[in-house]
Design a protein around this ligand. Sequence first.
Ligand code: FPP
Length: 240
Amino acid sequence: MKRNKIDGEAQKRLPRHVAIIMDGNGRWAKRRLMPRSYGHRKGMDRMIGLLEHAYDIGVPYVTVYALSTENLERPKEELDGLFDLIRTHFAEYMKKICARGVRLRILGDPSLLPADVAEIIRKAEEDSAGYEGKGLNIALAYGSRAEIVRAANIAVSRGKTLTEESFADLLYTGGLPDPDLVIRTGKEKRISNFLLWQAAYAEFYFSDKMFPEFSDGDFDEAMEAFSKRVRRFGKTDEQL
Ligand code: FPP
């Protein structure tokens, strides 16, 4: 494990699962008078750097929000830029990340993506299927309400009464631990249809930094902040 700057207490109390809303690529690029697609390119590089860092310091599960169902309404040029990034870089990047024993799972509806892009991500998922213990979830063409409705429809078709646990198993994240910490970059403070069910007891951390400039050190600051949070899960201090 890599030596890092987070203190001993934060290292002992790392979240098991961190979810990241990678917001601010467009604004970051605009400030540099560059097209939004340049921001996404830099964002993808930063995403890979942060993933390596997170696994290095000992966070076993990471979920990143790469494209929402609502984002699919963006101008064709921007979407084509994002899909081209997947076409040109995704397989190589995922090979690098998954080689650390990380299992990749895509959260979302691949039928909303161009067929060749859907195939690239399917293949990357398949290639990492043998790994367990560490996970990377990439939310792509993802919407949490759609995910919940999809799970409810599966439940209805099976005609069974559900528990919270059996319902959670029908979500894209079935079998994975819930996120302990949700980080959102880019100054906004909202959830944007992300992991609504799964983040029921997550802690939230907001950064004013745009995603391409959110450094490993900034991630460590989020770990420090998390380690100081008292999670009561609805109970009193005395009950903990
Ligand atoms: C939100 O910022 C970011 C996105 C919609 C795309 C996120 C994508 C990446 C970080 C890289 C690509 C990764 C994969 C796996 C394809 P925004 O563009 O809405 O920024 P803004 O709020 O400043 O406009």
